[in-house]
Design a protein around this ligand. Structure first.
Ligand SMILES: [Zn+2]
Length: 508
């Protein structure tokens, strides 16, 4: 079955690449030009006396009848033929979804696409007015298991330094630019495509398949996934996998070396630190202004000794990928225990590795007075803390409060309770390993970032971060940065990879 499917999808991919090339050449050609071919043919035959006038009339009537049937069919198929995923992504990127209103508009864009394909949807609005879009394909018979395809329509604001239009969806040298090109709109379109393809063969479904677009991921998810699991548990009954963002794949020389399917992640502890002090004139010596108090307290926080430790999640992940990594990486993993008994382990780790082994503290926002010669009465900082899975949040907060003293008050803006890693011994995960394994092995990844997966894991709903795209470092650097982009070829290959996964694990 797998090979037949692989061949069929590959053939479709070739067709699609060919069609896309044509599309770029014939830009502007009407999409429903094909029926006119019949009219042209008849005119041609009549002109060259291949038909007499009566036969030409008969042929014209027949062709007109044909047109009546063909045009609707062609229009129906217009939204889902080859190359349309690229256009969908471009249109999706053109919606500025960095605001709640824009994110809702983006969800509405997807809703319209689903409706155009005859799919019923649910529009679920949180108390703060953030909508989530849900659709489900139900298999025949008594199948209770469902796989949910989850992505978020919201994006972070573009920020400065862009050299392309952040909401233009423009294509340059085979690459699509736009905020959300990687995080997370390309995944959304891949989900949509796989979902629509599956909707044409519901009798082949072995599990239910749901499409879910949420709108509050970048600002914490409390009004999106967090609200849904709390208020619409019926959507997640019998769910064997929520497939969302967060997967990280190793690509070398354009080939995937391993698929990192995220099963565990760090937890957010986002804080606002505020110091209050006596305001006054800048010319007067005042050691206890709000900014001074804040700076002293934050300094103590930054000087806190780093607490390196190896969690089972990090060990399992790094040991799984080490054999496929360069020698330096392999050695670091083989000597993990020895490295962490060293007084300064960070100096012996590869770049990027320390965050897998400690609770990290990053001060990312600072706000105090505006005038140079006046002390403000308040100063504050935004602190992004990421805890390892085994950290005790209450204990951590107690410790840093003790450390900074009474000068600073902390307010918790976002936190997450501990949750188990998603299981890897389930039939669904094994199916993922089987289908993806045709190209490269699957590793159970642990990531230092956070995604909505935590809301599902907290309720024992298995969630997996899976990216079907083979993106190299240069594409990944655009995430939350300037000039976010995805090469069209990588995007289309990912769309097909996801379709393969859904065909292999949700259909027979
Ligand atoms: Zn994201």
């Amino acid at each position: 079955m797998g090979r037949r499917l692989f061949r069929a999808v590959s053939r479709r991919r070739q067709d699609r690449v060919r069609d896309l090339k044509q599309l770029s050449v014939e830009k502007g050609a009407p999409r429903d030009a094909a029926p006119l071919f019949f009219v042209d043919l008849i005119a041609h035959c009549w002109q060259h006396r291949l038909l007499d006038s009566a036969a030409a009339v008969r042929a014209s009537v027949t062709s007109l009848l044909l047109l009546l049937f063909l045009v609707p069919a062609l229009l129906r198929g217009a939204g889902s033929d080859s190359g349309s995923t690229v256009e969908w992504l471009q249109d999706y990127l053109r919606i500025d979804s960095s605001t709640p209103a824009g994110a809702a508009e983006a969800a509405d864009f997807l809703r319209a696409l689903l409706h155009r394909h005859g799919i019923a949807t649910r529009w679920l609005v949180s108390p703060e007015g953030r909508p989530s879009l849900y659709a489900r394909l139900v298999p025949e018979g008594e199948v209770e298991e469902t796989v949910v395809l989850l992505h978020h329509t919201d994006v972070v604001p573009p920020g400065s330094s862009w050299t392309r239009e952040p909401f233009g969806g423009g294509v340059e040298d085979g690459t699509i630019y736009g905020r959300g090109a990687v995080d997370d709109k390309s995944l959304g379109i891949a989900h949509l495509w796989a979902f629509l393809e599956a909707s044409k063969q519901t009798h082949d479904l072995t599990r239910g398949l749901a499409f879910l677009a949420v709108t509050d991921e970048e600002t914490g998810g409390a009004q999106g996934s967090g609200w849904l699991v709390e208020n619409h548990p019926e959507l997640f009954r019998g769910v064997v996998a929520v497939l969302g963002e967060g997967g990280m794949n190793r690509i070398r020389g354009g080939q995937v070396v391993w698929w990192g399917v995220e099963v565990a992640q760090k937890r957010p502890l986002w804080l606002q630190a505020t110091a209050i002090g006596r305001p006054g004139h800048g010319s007067t010596l005042n050691l206890h202004t709000a900014p001074h108090r804040l700076i002293r307290g934050l300094n103590r926080l930054l000087d806190r000794p780093l607490d390196f430790r190896i969690t089972p999640e990090a060990r399992r992940y790094l040991e799984a990928v080490a054999p496929m990594e360069p020698r330096g990486f392999q050695e670091a993993v083989a000597n993990m225990d020895e490295i962490f008994s060293h007084p300064e382990p960070a100096t012996r780790l590869m770049p990027g590795m320390p965050s897998y082994f400690l609770d990290s503290i990053q001060i990312n926002g600072l706000e105090a007075g505006e005038r140079l010669n006046a002390a403000p009465d308040q100063a504050s900082a935004l602190i992004d803390i990421r805890l390892l899975p085994d950290a005790d949040e209450e204990e951590f907060l107690r410790e840093i409060r003790e450390l900074v003293g009474t000068d600073i008050e902390f307010e918790v803006l976002l936190s997450a309770p501990r949750s188990p890693a998603s299981p890897t011994d389930t039939p669904f995960f094994q199916c993922l390993e089987e289908v993806l394994g045709q190209r490269a092995p699957v590793a159970p990844a642990f990531i230092p970032g956070i995604t909505d997966a935590r809301y599902f894991r907290q309720r024992d709903i298995p969630a997996y971060g899976f990216s079907p795209f083979m993106l190299d470092g240069s594409s990944l650097r655009g995430i939350h940065g300037p000039d976010e982009r995805i090469p069209i070829e990588a995007f289309q290959a990912g769309v097909e990879e996801l379709e393969r996964v859904i065909s292999g694990c949700v259909m027979e």
